[in-house]
Design a protein around this ligand. Structure first.
Ligand code: PHE
Ligand code: CO
Length: 290
């Protein structure tokens, strides 16, 4: 994570909260073209795989394929729905800054767009992952409230040294979450929603485990950042997710002081399985997209 001083060399106007001006006018035609390509690829695979809440958010916020969204205009639309705003940052921000933004209903989004040769994989979250992947769900009131609560919970977890556990919750819900709908499993996690290959893999491939969401189980489970997930956690509803998390984590944090930590692919006898993965794929043969 670069320090603010290091970032200041490239972004002299960076503020103490790590936000910068998006400088929308500076995007080139090629940048908008990259957005359009990414958007259209996802548009082909998301119907029937992404949940309606995600697709409705995309539509309601008018996040179109034509050009990289202007975060100010997008924020004005989002604010009307859930009182959230999107703010531009150079890239990943320190944890405490990130939590502070979320707790105040601001979503920090990377302003830059990946290069054409990075359509499938990028290490740092760019504007496509952050805006296309994350912002649609923020149009849903219960999810918007969950994200704010997560920000507040993050500050608390940091003080208690529980951040590694809480980060797993973010990973397996906000980034890689699945939801069970009457029509079948659907994705809502942004790390999936911004990746063409993982959008298909996460809901359809026989390889990964799909396990019903359990808060403590999730907080004990490590995750992979460099490949498709070996396990996805499935919620029944966003109300369930909010209900399970909008309570005092104190007793849970106490329990987490001891007991097991699970590998990403482990299945436990206590798991409620939607699907037992076959693990037939070779680790490393697929790469997840940020
Ligand atoms: N309930 C958590 C706590 O007591 C905060 C939190 C809410 C964390 C929702 C994540 C999501 O710390
Ligand atoms: Co993300």
């Amino acid at each position: 994570m670069p320090t603010i001083e290091a970032l200041r060399a490239r972004h002299p106007e960076i503020r103490d909260d790590f936000t910068i001006d998006q400088h929308w006018a500076r995007y080139t035609r090629a940048d908008h073209e990259t957005w359009r390509t990414l958007y259209r690829r996802m548009e082909k695979v998301l119907p029937g795989r992404a949940c309606d809440e995600f697709l409705n958010g995309l539509k309601a916020l008018k996040i179109g394929d034509e050009q990289i969204p202007d975060m100010e205009r997008l924020s004005d639309e989002l604010y009307k729905l859930t009182r959230w705003r999107v703010v531009a940052v150079p890239s990943l921000v320190p944890d405490d800054i990130f939590f502070e933004h979320l707790a105040n209903r601001r979503f920090p989004a990377g302003y830059f767009i990946r290069k054409p040769e990075q359509l499938d994989y990028i290490e740092e979250p760019d504007v496509f992952h952050d805006v296309f992947g994350h912002v649609p769900m923020l149009a849903l009131p219960v999810f918007a409230d969950y994200m704010e609560a997560y920000g507040k919970g993050g500050m608390r977890a940091q003080g208690l040294g529980m951040l590694p556990n809480l980060a797993r919750l973010y990973w397996y819900t906000v980034e890689f979450g699945l939801i069970a709908k009457p029509e079948g499993l659907r994705l809502y996690g942004s790390g999936i929603a911004s990746s063409r290959a993982e959008s298909i893999y996460s809901v359809e491939d026989a390889s990964p485990n799909r396990i019903h969401f359990d808060l403590e189980r999730v907080m004990r489970t490590k995750y992979r950042i460099d490949d498709f997930q070996e396990s996805y956690f499935v919620i029944d509803s966003f109300d369930e997710l909010f209900g399970e998390t909008y309570k005092d984590f104190g007793p849970l944090y106490a329990r987490l002081q001891s007991g097991l930590t699970h590998e990403p692919g482990t299945i436990l006898s206590t798991d409620r399985l939607h699907h037992r993965g076959t693990h037939r794929y070779q680790p490393g043969s697929h790469r997840a997209s940020a």
